[in-house]
Design a binder for this molecule. Sequence first.
Ligand code: Z5A
Length: 211
Amino acid sequence: MFIAVDGGDGAGKSAQIARLAHWLQTRGRRVAFFRDPGDTPLGDALREILLARKDLAICPESETALFMAARAQLVRDKIRPALADGQVVLVDRFLLSTVVYQGYAADGDAESIWRLGTRLTGGLLPDVTFVLDCPVDVAFGRMNRGRDRIESKGTDFHRRVRDGFLRAVDDWERFAVPGKVFLVDATQTPEEVSAKIIERLQEEAPSLADA
Ligand code: Z5A
């Protein structure tokens, strides 16, 4: 099974993936975790360019292409082998992030980003995507570290990102995106958010909870 956790910066994705991985592992599941972009040599190099190189001008079209290249490599080198090995794959962000950050929030064409992105993953998309929703001021208030290149784009951009995730969930069926998507209120405590995700997952895939 392939599960993505996505959403705005500081919404709590990493924290929820760690909790979900622990829950699955205590039920005897083998779990592989990856972050997008990253976790391959090419992905790590592109991550550095995309997030750390504030000196480079990178237009939305180039950003789209670079995020997609990192993801294509991750799918081929890591995600497909882990799924073939029977592991539950958890990803911190996936194509939905490109659709939102480079699409809805940057006046890009969300539908064509879904199409191209799906081609470049060879048609592989998560079975289930959890979108953590959190107001920008709450999420940014949680982040006690420096801002990367994309986080530095300003509050208006990040409000468009939040709205973009909400629109993407609404447009899921219109764009015939495979897999299920669930919006999760991420303003609650980590324990409450985690309980909601696990409840949803058990409804979707009851066999995952078998010890
Ligand atoms: N990006 C893109 O533009 N296009 C793409 O296609 C892709 C990505 C794939 C990747 O950053 C950047 O690239 C991202 C989108 C863009 N940039 N921006 N802007 P990333 O995914 O590596 O980093 P991030 O999204 O900024 O992650 P993050 O800051 O680590 O946030 P998080 O994982 O959602 O949150 P967290 O680390 O779990 O929690 C943050 C803090 O809040 C931490 O202190 C927690 O203890 C705390 N926390 C977590 N949950 C809670 C709750 N429920 N209550 C209170 N406090 C909490």
